[in-house]
Design a protein around this ligand. Structure first.
Ligand SMILES: [Zn+2]
Length: 153
């Protein structure tokens, strides 16, 4: 469970982060990439094939602490991640419907750190990541689908 002190430190980090600072940009891109890997892992665990990714390759790329959170939530709720709409001001966890506090919404939108639901424990993945991943999968599947023979005239 996130402690008050950790939350406070996270908040300070978000407040102090200059969005144009290369270190901040790199950290945020890293978090976004990690969330995407976790989302792909959740798809695979739900029985969906993800072109170019295997459970093993994803597990190897995800830090142990995040993987542990994911597996814990999956074991107790069936899902390790939950998709949330980061643009929505009235954000709620898609799994348990608990309202997300405004401060955490800001952190979620900025990708400053990996956040999970304080009630059900699933890792929050923003809707834009889910959409982006779905589009990429669809594009690969379309490109590798067998070509239809040309229509006869
Ligand atoms: Zn929840």
């Amino acid at each position: 469970m996130p402690s008050l002190i950790n939350e406070f430190i996270d908040l300070l980090l978000t407040e102090a982060s200059d969005p144009k600072d290369p270190a901040t940009i790199a950290r945020r891109q890293g978090t976004r990439g990690l969330l995407k890997s976790l989302y792909m892992l959740a798809l695979i665990d739900a029985g969906r094939a993800v072109p170019g990714a295997t459970r093993e390759s994803l597990v190897a790329s995800i830090p142990r602490v995040n993987l542990a959170t994911y597996e814990r939530a999956r074991a107790s709720r069936g899902n390790g991640v939950c998709v949330v709409d980061a643009v929505d001001t009235e954000q709620a966890c898609s799994a348990c419907r608990m309202q997300i506090r405004p401060q955490r919404s800001v952190q979620l939108r900025s990708f400053d750190s990996v956040l999970g639901c304080e009630k059900c424990g699933c890792i929050f993945v923003t809707k834009d990541i889910a959409i982006e991943t779905a589009r990429e999968i669809a594009a690969v599947e379309k490109a590798s689908a067998p070509k239809k023979p040309p229509p006869r005239l």
